[in-house]
Design a protein around this ligand. Structure first.
Ligand SMILES: [Zn+2]
Ligand SMILES: [Zn+2]
Length: 265
């Protein structure tokens, strides 16, 4: 079986990715409904009940909207930081002020690695307007995988985590010009463009052109804006920056509407 990654959904209407080894299967974010998660997994020939754990990057709706139902139905542990859990449960209070209960929640801290089964997980802080947002690297069976979306810019601390990866799932959220002239209200444009917003095609290209080590066989461009980006703009910005360094990495695009083909090692 080996290590594989499958992006089930990616974008502002829901994010969810499966990272798995031969023995452990982690759902990274639960941003689409339980029903849709099951549907997309089954379409790929995967049994949702084989998931080992759910891992949450931050409490924004597009990363947690399916969390409660999924966790209850699958009866598997949910891993998140304490601050993310607090922000999530505050936001999820019902009309009586009751906070939602997860049967099994495990807290981790950014910068401290831990294991889920045989997968070593390293959470790292990303600049984003949430309580305690993180990206992750995963190590299993000699492979290293990084997932980093929802970041306003790419600080040196994040660039360090992305070294030596066999697969990168990175945000390529918007084309700056499309966002600038687009229909979003100015306040939203400012949020997206800010240092705690979302990563543009050109900011990601700058990383590829200056700091990227060329180690990944696959680069998945993720969390693309449907309003302020075109898949081909994102792809060409990344490929141009990569070819300038003569890295022959394959660039793939994650989409909102359907799951990607699993990437297997
Ligand atoms: Zn977010
Ligand atoms: Zn998001």
């Amino acid at each position: 079986m080996g290590v594989s990654v499958e992006v089930l959904a990616s974008g502002s209407r829901g994010n969810s990715t499966i990272v798995q080894s031969s023995t452990t299967r982690i759902l990274v974010d639960a941003g689409i409904s339980c029903r849709e998660t099951f549907k997309r997994m089954k379409a790929a020939g995967d049994d949702p009940h084989s998931l080992s754990a759910i891992l949450i990057t931050h409490e924004h709706t597009d990363h947690v909207s399916g969390l409660l139902v999924l966790a209850r139905k699958l009866k598997i542990p949910v891993f998140m930081t304490g601050a993310t859990h607090q922000a999530w449960s505050r936001a999820m209070r019902d009309a009586d002020g009751e906070r939602p209960q997860l049967d099994r929640v495990e807290f981790f801290s950014s910068g401290r690695s831990f294991h889920i089964g045989d997968i070593a997980v390293m959470p790292f802080t990303i600049p984003h307007d949430a309580a305690d947002p993180v990206g992750f690297t995963f190590r299993a069976e000699g492979m290293k995988i990084a997932v980093a979306t929802d970041l306003g810019y790419m600080p040196a601390s994040v660039r360090d985590q992305l070294r030596g990866c066999d697969l990168l799932v990175l945000e390529s959220n918007h084309d700056v010009e499309m966002l600038r002239v687009g229909a979003y209200p100015w306040s939203v444009k400012q949020r997206v463009m800010s240092r705690v917003g979302h990563l543009s095609n050109s900011a990601l290209a700058e990383f590829f052109a200056t700091d990227y080590d060329g180690s990944a066989s696959y680069i998945v461009l993720a969390h693309l804006s449907e309003e302020n980006n075109h898949p081909e703009l994102a792809r060409s910005a990344a490929e141009k920056a990569l070819s300038g360094r003569l890295w022959g990495n394959r660039v793939l695009l994650a989409t909102q509407a359907e799951a990607m083909q699993p990437i297997r090692f």
